[in-house]
Design a protein. Structure first.
Length: 375
């Protein structure tokens, strides 16, 4: 795969440098490459990024493109991140991620190419007084790679920022999955305009749509197609049944609606024998000839990759929720770098991100190769 993945450093070189030429010791692209490499090796902070440059020595700094005798200090990295055009950084990294998605097509034709949209609060930074401490991201289900990310302005919610996020994506042929908060007619319309499709969870925040779907699936005579799955875990058994119906297409006032979905979950806890059941609904623009119930069930389940493959990893492996960085856009810049590091490790097929960080820390040549710097 390494031969086909676009070089990240090529895209980092397009981030505009805000600094004056006088007194500038390190090229901006080299500082950003250092940050990505250090993050891939497990760095959690600006200080840890600076320490990577010191600890690995001059030869590795030169390979990164750092031109001064000593590596950038923590204070230098802080000033760079503080003044950086974070929107341009997001655009460049997002363009790289979308190029990776195109360059590495999936090998399973039975899987829908989908991306999940969801938000995460940078709790430590918000507690310390940072502005725009909630970020909305779009993650590829298949690659575990963040394709775009935007800040949600203070005193607003994700609904106001999602249009900006979607505008940064090339959605042609992609399925967008969302939770109930983002199940909005305007967003569905925007996705369709960009030649994408949607699968959106429906709850009581869309009362008319929710009631119509609930009533439909309460009728045993409803025509539907089905799929099911069974997962065995150490402590529980999970069963899922999905029913898909076209009977509300053309009836509900929902842009591009092709099918409505009903998902029933049953979780049995082995130790106690307690059984928990729930029923949830969704709408999708994918008609039956383009997506089977089994494919829709998989896509719905994989929406939560954004929680366990991204948000959880940022919190546990990179300790994001305890970071109290609050100056300007630095919290968003750090989150972008963490996203990129996680994506690089996912592309390299590292099944465990923490173990991958330790491996790359022990073999820095792999970390440099990951960002596109090869001998």
């Amino acid at each position: 795969m390494a031969a086909t993945v676009p070089s990240l450093v090529t895209y980092l070189a397009a981030v505009p440098d805000f600094r004056q030429a006088r007194g500038k010791r390190h090229p901006l692209a080299a500082v950003l490459a250092l940050a990505c490499v250090a993050m891939v090796c497990g760095a959690r902070s600006e200080a840890a990024i600076a320490e990577w440059a010191v600890n690995y020595g001059a030869a590795w700094r030169r390979r990164l493109g750092l031109t001064h005798a000593s590596g950038p200090s923590q204070a230098t990295i802080h000033r760079v991140f503080k003044g950086l055009d974070h929107v341009a950084l997001e655009q460049c990294v997002g363009a790289w991620a979308q190029a990776v998605l195109v360059a590495t097509p999936g090998s399973d034709p039975g899987l829908l190419e989908a991306l999940a949209v969801d938000g995460k609060t940078l709790r430590g930074s918000v507690k310390a007084g940072a502005r725009d401490g909630h970020l909305l991201s779009a993650l590829s289900h298949r690659l575990g790679l963040v394709l775009a990310q935007v800040a949600v302005p203070d005193k607003t919610n994700e609904i106001g920022a999602v249009e900006t996020l979607v505008a940064a994506l090339a959605l042609d042929g992609l399925l967008v999955t969302t939770d109930a908060l983002l199940t909005q007619r305007r967003l569905a319309h925007t996705i369709l305009e960009q030649r994408g499709d949607y699968l959106m969870v429906v709850k009581e925040n869309q009362p008319a749509t929710f009631s119509a779907i609930e009533l439909l699936f309460a009728d045993p005579q409803t025509s539907s197609s089905t799929a099911s799955s069974l997962d065995l875990h150490a402590s529980r058994i999970e069963r899922r049944w999905l029913r898909a119906s076209t009977e509300l297409a053309g009836y509900l006032d929902w842009p591009g609606l092709a099918q409505v979905l009903c998902l029933e979950r049953e979780v049995t806890h082995k130790r106690s024998g307690v059984v928990r059941r729930e029923r949830v609904y969704a709408v999708t623009s994918l008609p039956p000839h383009r997506a089977s119930p089994g494919q829709l069930l998989t896509a719905w389940r994989e929406h939560w990759h954004i929680e366990n493959k991204l948000h959880y990893v940022r919190d546990v492996t990179f300790d994001e929720d305890r970071s109290q960085v609050r100056t300007g856009q630095i919290p968003q810049v750090m989150a972008t770098l963490r996203n990129t590091a996680i994506g690089l490790l996912r592309i390299a097929k590292q099944p465990n991100i923490a173990a991958g960080c330790r491996r790359y820390a022990a073999q820095p040549a792999l970390a440099l190769a990951a960002v596109g710097l090869r001998q």
